[in-house]
Write a protein that binds this ligand. Structure first.
Ligand SMILES: Cc1ncc(COP(=O)(O)O)c(C=O)c1O
Length: 403
């Protein structure tokens, strides 16, 4: 009975195919999984956090166990501005329960059913399903090794506007892209900002990974470039998540952008969530104010780096030479391009039978715009031995694919 009562957008809402895929492998004993997207629990700063949670509840429990401000804890917001080195007003910042919430609020504020959201191809499925749930049509623009292909973006936007469509937002993950592992070049970032400003199309910069850099020089975020070089804090809304640096269970992220948009996003938060977790916000504020963050980030990067090195050397040793892959300087994923006729959905089933799993690339594209000759590997979950064994098995399966 309830089924018939569900409204249109709920009835047609897609579940995460990735979650279903991962669930289909859950009971395989001895499985080597490169599928997950979770941070390693070994990187969670448990000792410091347990001390801070205890202190915060003991000394400030009367206020932090109470309902809090919908726009986020003032103390945390001040610490965030200090941490990132911005001179913004607090009304340009919104703290949310993870970036998933902030992405949803921004989409809800800008997109009406039938409007277009530009996304990268491939892109993070969690966001794509959120855009679709709000009724957005998705236009996927390919990535090259420098990031979003701007010529294709311009062609697509022209084509859509000629067809009378409203392009409401460009969604990008410029650093250590999930799933592609690519970091957008500085030149591409500037060109994207200039294009977005000229066309008046807001950019949603999704940034959960930029602090996980193990080598090479950081590239300034789109928000930083827009702020410092174009004196523009309207065109880019940057959403930074604490999920991969403190722990996703804390459900903490923050958005920076135009005060008008931030205020409207806050209004959604008020209706949907009232406030993000007040205790976790104050704990994060103390984590920053007491100076734990720089050392912690160094520890996390030092922990992950050998896993990336191991994955890259296993891929160079065991994968056939015609397989192309990204060599990220950080993050938690690498991405493989297979020959045109090698279908990673089929390879997934074969690999599962050999107790190895990954996410087929097709799951990271909007429906109808899929590519099948690609896949995502996570390198932060398996042991070194599992990386060697798993990649050797995948290499063998790829070699045997055509036989
Ligand atoms: C690109 C990207 N955006 C957003 C998220 C969601 O993060 P959060 O835990 O902050 O909601 C993830 C999580 O994996 C991600 O990879």
């Amino acid at each position: 009975m309830i089924n018939e009562l569900l409204n249109e957008s709920t009835r047609t809402m897609k579940s995460s195919m990735i979650r279903e895929l991962v669930a289909s492998t859950r009971n395989i004993p001895g499985l080597i999984s490169f599928a997950g997207g979770f941070p390693s629990p070994k990187t969670f700063p448990r000792d410091t956090l347990s001390k801070l949670y205890a202190e915060v509840v003991a000394s400030e429990g009367m206020s932090v166990l109470q309902y809090g401000a919908s726009e986020g804890d003032q103390e945390l917001k001040k610490e965030l501005l200090k941490w990132e080195g911005y001179d913004l007003n607090l009304d340009q910042l919104l703290v949310t329960a993870g970036s998933t919430n902030a992405i949803y609020y921004m989409t809800r504020c800008l997109v009406s059913p039938g409007d277009v959201v530009i996304c990268e191809a491939p892109s993070f499925l969690g966001s794509l399903v959120a855009f679709e749930a709000v009724g957005a049509e998705l236009a996927a623009i390919p990535l090259d090794l420098e990031g979003l292909d701007l010529n294709k973006l311009q062609q697509k936007v022209d084509q859509l506007q000629k067809a009378g469509k409203k392009v409401k937002m460009i969604y990008t993950i410029p650093d250590f892209h999930n799933p592609a592992g690519i970091t957008m070049s500085y030149a591409r970032r500037k060109a994207l900002i200039e294009y977005a400003m000229a066309m008046d199309i807001p950019i949603l910069e999704d940034n959960p990974y930029s602090r996980l850099r193990f080598s090479g020089s950081p590239v300034p975020t789109l928000f930083r470039i827009a702020h410092d070089e174009y004196h523009n804090t309207q065109i880019v809304t940057e959403i930074v998540s604490f999920s991969k640096i403190l722990g996703p269970g804390m459900r903490l992220a923050f958005a920076k952008g135009s005060p008008v948009l931030i205020e409207r996003m806050c209004s959604w938060q008020q209706k949907v969530n009232i406030t993000p977790d007040c205790v976790s916000q104050r704990v994060a504020a103390r984590f920053l104010s007491e100076g734990f963050m720089p050392q912690h980030l160094e520890t996390v990067c030092a922990f992950y780096r050998p896993y990336l090195d191991r994955m890259l050397s296993a891929m160079s040793e065991y994968l056939p030479p015609y397989i192309q892959y990204t060599k990220p300087d950080g993050g938690i994923f690498t991405w493989l391009w297979l020959p045109e006729d090698m279908n990673a959905d089929i390879l997934f089933e074969q690999a599962k039978a050999h107790k190895v799993t990954f996410i087929p690339g097709s799951k990271f594209y909007p429906t109808g715009q899929e590519k099948f000759n690609c896949l995502r590997l996570n390198f932060t979950f398996s042991t070194f031995e599992q990386i060697d064994t798993g990649i050797a098995s995948l290499g063998k399966l790829m070699n045997e694919f055509y036989t």
